[in-house]
Design a protein around this ligand. Structure first.
Ligand SMILES: [Zn+2]
Length: 342
């Protein structure tokens, strides 16, 4: 299996999810590689005394550092991710728009929206000077399902009572606060595991348009939601593990829509969001390694049955605000280890 492991340089990632019909649709990153000086080996020190010295130049391989090669994913898909290894500090652009600053890892991620154009043109600049090199990456199209659904119970869609509205409002503030920070990576490469052991039950991407009538007011209502996470059908109490190392930025047992929730910032402009948990065993600020247990899946918040909703939010590290961030397809993120890098 080909693996995208660019571990000799620095790396970063992000996530969010929403479940139909109530979608809490909350919504990137690139890095560059600094020039690495080539160190001349100290020939004298490398030659044992008391032995014959040949005319061959003695080179200590360990002491020679080659500059990191600039490269990006060879292929991409709408709703997915491009990973590049570029000079540290480089400002990376997708089709001319800044999308990431390359961190110390030398790795950067570029999120692709569900309608992203093909090819993706990746360029970068250092200190305002545009690099001559560019990458042109084909972006495969995706086909997301669209469905009209009638008979929605309007009275159950949104927070209605003052208590519900207060709970929903407080939950919203917690989420916004959690996403305010960008954390350095914990893992030295970008590679994901499934966060729970179970089958997929609902993919990322489909749009649902609901219509219905309120039994209380008799008025019609409608709602549109895009499923921005990947659902896994797992029984309540199933172990939830960190798909990749990171820093916990939110651990809350009772958000209004999401129920028990954990947000895990992997760095590299990628955040995992886990919803409907029965147990939250980590707290904001905590650093976790790949595979470490975070809690347990459940059926909390606004759900229609036990499942794990896993979302991945890509964050634009070239922006100070968080308005350029959006959710990408976790199923594609899981395949990153199989991507070629050109
Ligand atoms: Zn979901």
């Amino acid at each position: 299996m080909k693996r995208l492991l660019i571990s000799s340089c620095a790396i970063g990632l992000s996530v969010m999810i929403a479940c139909a019909p109530v979608s809490d649709a909350d919504e990137a990153i690139v890095q560059s590689v600094p020039e690495i000086a080539v160190t001349e080996p100290d020939v004298e020190d490398a030659v044992p005394l008391a032995e014959e010295v040949s005319n061959e130049k003695v080179v200590d391989d360990q002491a020679v550092m080659q500059p990191a090669e600039n490269k990006c994913s060879k292929n991409a898909k709408q709703g997915g991710l491009i990973v590049c290894q570029l000079p540290v500090g480089a400002r990376v652009s997708l089709n001319g728009e800044a999308v990431a600053i390359v961190g110390e890892s030398g790795l950067a991620t570029i999120g692709l929206k569900q309608n992203a154009a093909s090819p993706a043109i990746v360029s970068w600049s250092i200190d305002g000077v545009e690099a001559f090199e560019k990458f042109e990456i084909p972006v495969a199209a995706r086909k997301d399902d669209f469905r009209e659904l009638t008979g929605m119970n309007c009275d159950k869609v949104d927070a209605r009572t003052p208590e519900q509205k207060k709970h929903a409002g407080e939950s919203w503030v917690k989420k916004v606060d959690a996403f305010a920070s960008l954390n350095a990576p914990v893992s030295s490469s970008i590679s994901f595991l499934k966060p729970a052991d179970g089958p997929y039950s609902s993919p990322f991407g489909p749009t649902r348009h609901y219509t219905g009538v309120s039994e209380i007011t008799g008025k019609k209502c409608e709602s549109t939601s895009v499923h921005r996470g990947l659902d896994m059908a797992v029984p309540v109490g199933t172990d939830l593990i960190a798909p990749m190392g990171g820093t916990v930025i939110l651990g809350d047992p009772d958000l209004y829509y999401e129920g028990g929730s954990i947000f895990l910032d992997h760095g590299y402009g990628l955040v995992s969001v886990f919803m409907h948990l029965s147990q939250v065993d980590v707290a904001a600020g905590q650093s976790v390694q790949t595979g470490e247990r975070l809690g347990a899946t459940g059926n909390t918040g606004r759900t229609t049955g036990p499942h794990l909703h896993w979302a991945v939010k890509w964050r634009n590290t070239a922006r100070d605000d968080r308005n350029g961030d959006f959710y990408i397809d976790p199923a594609i993120v899981l395949e990153l280890a199989d991507l070629d890098v050109q």
